[in-house]
Design a protein around this ligand. Structure first.
Ligand code: HEM
Length: 484
């Protein structure tokens, strides 16, 4: 008797590969359909702005509607990393209002006001000199090819950490913090497409978990320093002796959400604010300097002119360019930095969210996000309507008589032609400090070294991530100069 098969009996073999494939395909189709519906129902509308005139009209003429970043995005995820109802907001994440004003004015009026910036000069000078010493130790007379970002990262992170925790901060602690913050930056870049939607949470859960998990090692390093700042506050009679950013946060009182009283910040809040400070005083400044150096290497005539201007300003006093006053005498340096910021903004996009019911939820922009607006900072700085030959690196346009003589990198009330520091009410509060530090490092590098391209040349491709870095870190042939 022949073998009786299931098909002969009129039934399907449960292991039939054709059947299995059909079922899997149907299942995948159903999941994709479900995800598509979920995405449609959870993702807000997105408006992309590339035109400077449109950016100006949205951020200035209708400023009240554009005071918050989108609730539900990556920054909100960072603000809600603690389980439970409480948010641990930073200046970037908190909704526009009294809490935001307290945090922001603590940074601007309390920490980086002009007299405080003057007091930071010794820290800045040490960091600049460390960078120059590090680069001088290697090259012989023929020069040496170095990966510039490694040197910049080291020097600028140390400066940010000491501004944050005081100049006595131990070197091993600085380096341990740099490693964690480096991991955090990479985790943020991996999460750059996260839009805050439910679907985004599902598809990015692994990256989000990694990012939020990094607050544990950061906390292990930072919590003892917060405790030390609290002890200093209890012991010190004179607040001027406690000049680090962390001290200002320990002193700060913010409005209570529930009544009209004020309260101190908790350790978790300070930890988040410290992470924000380290991030904003590091990666974007490194990116700004790296892009500017790359442009100077690609345009040797600009490098030569800038060095000549720096030498004239130094006029026998090698330390002259290590101060804000000395830098004021080199307008061409400012023009070079602005031209670099226009073409290669370290933060390539700025977002705003239009929310429902913001008034009912003043402490966290918790109203439903109706619209996400993305200002493409890079496109705005290269827009044909605002710039002649926008793709050409031409710092002279920012000098007197140039087409951009009056253009400021700060958001303009009358017009926007570039917005490397954002615009409207939430523009970057650290822009003056950032420009000062970028110029200090650049002046010292130009004063002390000739910079030439390596044999492989310079690749100006951008990453386009949160921090818009050079895709291939800048390699430069560095040759020490004999100072005039
Ligand atoms: C070259 C360096 C820097 C660049 C390119 C840069 C760029 C930006 C941009 C584009 C924004 C978003 C603005 C907006 O949404 O309209 C921003 C926000 C911010 N930046 Fe910077 N920044 C730099 C340095 C700094 C420094 C040195 C600090 C601190 C001292 C800082 C602190 C902040 C803070 C706290 C915010 C959030 C402001 C708010 O929401 O009110 N930044 N920055």
């Amino acid at each position: 008797m022949g073998k009786i098969t299931n098909s002969a009996l009129g039934t399907q073999n449960p292991m039939d590969p054709t059947m299995e494939t059909v079922e899997v395909c149907a299942l995948v189709a159903a999941v994709l359909f479900f995800l598509a519906v979920l995405r449609r129902s959870t993702s807000p509308a997105v408006q992309v702005v590339r035109d400077p005139a449109v950016a100006h009209s949205l951020l200035n003429e209708t400023a009240d509607a554009f005071t918050n970043r989108p609730n539900g995005g990556l920054l909100t995820a960072l603000a809600t990393w603690i389980p439970g109802p409480e948010r641990v907001d930073t200046i970037s994440t908190v909704a526009y209002g009294s809490h935001w004003r307290s945090l922001r004015s603590n940074l601007t009026a309390g920490f980086i006001n002009p007299s405080r910036i003057a007091a930071l000069a010794p820290l800045q000078r040490d960091a600049v000199q460390d960078l120059v010493a590090g680069l001088s130790s290697g090259p012989g007379p023929g020069g040496e090819v170095v990966v510039m970002r490694e040197h910049l990262d080291r020097a600028i992170f140390a400066l940010a950490a000491r501004m944050c925790f005081g100049d006595g901060l131990d070197e091993s602690c600085v380096r341990a913090m740099q490693r964690v913050m480096d991991d955090m930056t990479q985790a943020m870049d991996d999460t750059v497409s996260f839009d805050g939607s439910t679907l985004g949470r599902i598809t990015h859960w692994r990256q989000l978990r990694r990012l939020l998990g990094l607050f544990v090692p950061l906390g292990e390093l930072v919590r003892p320093l917060i405790a030390a700042a609290r002890e200093r506050k209890a012991a010190a009679t004179d607040s001027r002796s406690r000049q680090a950013y962390v001290d200002s946060l320990v002193d700060l009182r913010v409005p209570n959400d529930v009544d009209t009283t004020k309260r101190a910040l908790g350790d978790d809040e300070i930890l988040n604010l410290v992470a924000e400070f380290l991030a904003t005083n590091w990666g974007v400044i490194v990116a700004c300097i790296e892009w500017t150096l790359a442009s100077l290497v690609v345009h040797p005539e600009v490098q030569k002119k800038l060095r000549r201007k720096i030498d004239e300003a130094v006029a026998g006093d090698a330390e002259a360019v290590l101060s804000e006053k000395g830098l004021a005498g080199i307008p061409y340096l400012r023009a070079v930095v602005l031209e670099s910021l226009r073409m290669h903004p370290p933060s390539p996009f700025v977002t705003r969210g239009v929310h429902d019911d913001l008034a009912a939820a003043p402490s966290g922009a918790t109203g439903r996000l109706r619209k996400r607006i993305v200002f493409m900072v890079r496109d705005i700085g290269r827009h044909e309507s605002a710039w002649t030959d926008p793709g050409q690196f031409r710092p002279e346009r920012f000098l007197p008589g140039g087409e951009a003589e009056d253009v400021s990198p700060m958001p303009g009330r009358n017009e926007i032609r570039m917005m490397p520091f954002g615009g409207g009410r939430r523009f970057c509060p650290g822009s003056s400090l950032a420009l000062l530090q970028a110029r200090l490092f650049l002046a010292a590098l130009l004063q002390n070294f000739e910079l030439a391209p390596p044999s492989c040349g310079v690749d100006m491709t951008e990453t386009g991530d949160f921090n818009n870095l050079m895709k291939k870190p800048l390699r430069v042939r560095v040759t020490p100069r004999t100072l005039p």
